[in-house]
Ligand binder design. Structure first.
Ligand SMILES: Nc1nc2c(ncn2[C@@H]2O[C@H](COP(=O)(O)OP(=O)(O)O)[C@@H](O)[C@H]2O)c(=O)[nH]1
Ligand SMILES: [Mg+2]
Length: 452
């Protein structure tokens, strides 16, 4: 099949040893035939048609008579490439100037700059991987911890897809039996016991729901634990935030209301990824900018997995209760700050000094422990859902199974039952992409990085 030829850097472009540029499509090799030469002195065409798949060739790129760079090009012939098309990986020297020259060269030869995720989208469309596997490629690139990496690798290997396929196969079986029975209805053939089918559907619903529940852990393994630091102005929230980040990211001052908007930064502690959020101290702000900051901070607190509630040991009026109103108690870690200047330490509680670092390790340990318990709640499950799209499709599928069950109970005909089971089947098939439409695909691949 004729395809446009696309290209994009597969590595970040900048001061670096190499830049790798991918070129994929029907004309990829013909284009390089016009630009790739063995000799540096002058352009001398080579016959790329003779090159073996998966072979690397040293040479020079020319635009007309102008030498652009010394390169190594690896050739992958369709269908044995990442995209399933003819594909070349040009390793040039690093640097943005060289990349600009190669970009101009490839564009002048008619190649088009790839959209984000376009190589993976082509890989999916050419059957090199299913949709869940393609999504895993993106997750793998973005993974920042061992755990996130392991889950993405597992999904990429097809283990998750196999599980989905086996659930889908169960549904196909039920449908076939129901529909077969329908074909033989004249003979009064009874292939499926409705009671048995009901039990089977119940089991499937339970399985689907178990899977969707793993998303709670999956999400935080993949996207990080949202950790908000909250409390009254001036208790030392920004100081705690900076201490963990090991830098003066937030402005710290003795003036209450210094942090007017929330700040959010990625952070890894104990092998777990966190998004630590410094909030504006919540008070009845008069200033409209600060009011907006307070409003946004409240939203962030609501979305957090763990909330560190800070009070000032040196200030009896700094009780933070009202700031954590509505936050479930198990999400909260209460800490008293400014231990270094406190005269009345609450020694049975967690007291720290963000200024001197005293007992800050204990605070870190309790945060990590709480995060572990959030993740651990699904550790026994062999599959963990890390993608909201997958979770939503499982829930949608469940909805149809519940309908199917209701049809069975109310004595609905085989057509009606099988219609619901088919809808359930389509919903979970969309996870691996069997039924995904163009908009869904665009929406997924748009979020990939360029060159993947
Ligand atoms: N002595 C002492 N001062 C602190 C400590 N933590 C913060 N501060 C001071 O308290 C003031 C308010 O701190 P800041 O982090 O901006 O508080 P926030 O308004 O809650 O973000 C600043 O003057 C900090 O230097 C601490 O552990 N000990
Ligand atoms: Mg602050």
């Amino acid at each position: 099949m004729e395809t446009t030829t696309i290209f994009a850097p597969a590595t970040t472009v900048g001061d670096s040893g190499l830049t790798v540029i991918r070129l994929s499509g029907s004309d990829a090799f013909a284009m390089l035939g016009i630009a790739f030469s063995r000799k540096a002195e002058s352009f001398e065409p080579v016959n790329i048609g003779d090159f073996k798949s998966h072979s690397a060739h040293h040479g020079y790129l020319f635009q007309g008579n102008e030498l652009i760079d010394e390169v190594v090009i690896t050739f992958f012939r369709a269908p044995n490439s990442y995209t399933g098309e003819d594909l070349a990986e040009i390793s040039s020297h690093g640097g943005s100037y060289i990349y600009r020259k190669i970009n101009n060269l490839l564009s002048s030869l008619g190649a088009i700059h790839a959209e984000p995720g376009e190589f993976s989208k082509r890989a999916y469309l050419n059957g090199k991987m299913d949709l869940a596997q393609a999504e895993a490629v993106s997750d793998l690139i973005k993974a920042k911890t061992e755990h996130a990496n392991r889950l993405a690798l597992k999904q990429l290997s097809g283990e998750f897809s196999s599980k989905i396929k086996s659930l889908r196969d169960d549904l196909i079986n039920y449908c076939s039996l129901l529909e077969l029975e329908l074909d033989f209805s004249e003979e009064g053939l009874d292939l499926v016991s409705k009671k048995e089918l009901e039990v089977k559907i119940d089991n499937l619903i339970a399985k689907f729901l178990d899977l969707t529940r793993t998303y709670e852990s999956g999400k935080i393994i993949k996207d990080g634990v949202n950790l908000a630091v909250v409390g009254k102005p001036n208790v030392g929230k920004s100081s705690i935030f900076n201490y963990f980040l090991n830098e003066s990211r937030a402005i710290v001052s003795e003036i209450p209301g210094t942090t007017r908007d929330y700040l959010q930064e990625p952070l890894i502690m104990g092998g777990i990824q966190f998004n630590i959020i410094d909030t504006a101290g919540i008070r009845n702000a008069i200033d409209i900018v600060e009011q907006e900051g307070v409003r946004r901070s409240k939203l962030k607190i609501g979305e957090s997995d763990i909330v560190v509630e800070v009070e000032d040991l040196s200030d009896a009026g700094s009780i933070a209760d009202e700031y954590v109103r509505g936050v479930p108690a198990e999400k909260i870690i209460k800490v008293f700050n400014k231990l270094d200047i406190a005269t009345n330490g609450k020694y049975d509680s967690l007291c720290v000094s963000a200024k001197t670092g005293e007992r800050m390790q204990e605070l870190q340990d309790s945060i990590v422990e709480k995060a572990r318990s959030l993740i651990r709640s699904n550790e026994s499950s062999d599959i963990i859902i890390t993608n909201e799209r997958h979770r939503d499709l499982l829930l949608k599928s469940c909805g149809y199974l519940v309908n199917a069950k209701e049809q069975i109970i109310s004595g609905g005909g085989n057509e009606l039952i099988s219609f619901e089971i088919r809808a359930a089947m389509d919903a979970i098939s969309e996870i691996i992409g069997k039924t995904a439409n163009v908009d869904i695909l665009n929406n997924i691949f748009m979020r990939f990085c360029i060159g993947k």
